[in-house]
Unconditional design. Structure first.
Length: 268
């Protein structure tokens, strides 16, 4: 299964925060045993995800699995829990007994909530015990329900967030830049965004590298192709490339190949 082209969410239960964490955590999710059996039965399966620079925690509630991060493969044991930055293509290979609890942060969200800068995690698979207390991980992995796991993690994250609020200037600026880019129809360049935000191009570049780990041009290009590709797959007959800042379909097609490594017709 491939992100964007396939509905990988159908295998999971989801919860999106509705409190102060909503700006920093995209969702909590947990594998659904019934839905996994419905769609994959007793077969092994894999889930391929494209770059997003969204720090993602995987708490393993089931059996070992293999995860490919870029060109490297990692064997994740039953009692191992990890975080990946998703700065590269990621593919997780699963058994039918796959059971994962996931926390997906927005870019910069890890720093806003936990005070941990994501840039250091490029191309790594990080043991979650380096980021979360052992007692919290142990309690989340106990045989409790989805809602109880969410409550445990949200309470911890909210407490940590209150301690980090004073140092949130960089992340807020990056978030405002991304919002301004989106509102412009995804056409503004870094210099134009700097003018809108009363900053310099040098400042925007420095802030993006500090919070996300890549220059604004590279990140905003990724934001645009992910949004455009999702729009194309969802409503192909109503897709207009200029709505996403592309000159024409040829311009869009070239970006699809650059982002996915495949021509569009090979993926659909």
């Amino acid at each position: 299964m491939t992100e964007i082209f396939d509905n990988i969410r159908k295998l999971y239960r989801f919860y999106a925060p509705e409190n102060e964490l909503a700006d920093y955590i995209e969702f909590f999710s947990e594998s659904s045993a019934s839905e996994t059996h419905r769609y994959v039965a007793n077969n092994t399966f894999s889930i391929r995800m494209f770059p997003s620079w969204t720090p993602t925690m995987y708490i393993n509630l089931g059996e070992p699995y293999v995860i490919d991060v870029g060109t490297k493969s990692y064997q994740i044991q039953k009692h191992t829990d990890v975080l990946i930055l998703r700065n590269n293509i990621v593919e997780r290979h699963n058994l039918p007994t796959d059971s994962i609890f996931t926390i997906k942060f927005f870019p910069g969200g890890l720093e806003a909530v936990l005070g941990i800068n994501q840039v250091q995690f490029v191309d790594q698979v990080v043991n979650l015990e380096m980021l979360l207390p052992e007692w919290l991980i142990r309690r989340v992995k106990q045989p409790i329900c989805f809602e109880e796991r969410i409550n445990l993690l949200q309470q911890y994250f909210l407490n940590q967030y209150q301690l980090q609020r004073k140092s949130d200037h960089y992340r807020q600026f990056v978030s405002s830049t991304i919002g301004t880019f989106d509102d412009s129809g995804m056409v503004l360049k870094t210099g134009q965004l700097a003018d809108r935000l009363y900053a310099t191009s040098k400042t925007i570049n420095r802030y993006f590298r500090r919070v996300i780990g890549i220059p604004p041009k590279q990140h905003l290009s990724m934001v645009r192709i992910r949004a455009a590709l999702t729009g194309y797959v969802t409503h192909r007959n109503q897709f207009f490339p200029d709505a996403y800042g592309y000159y024409d379909m040829s311009h869009f097609y070239k970006d699809v190949v650059r982002f996915t490594g495949k021509k569009l017709r090979e993926s659909l």
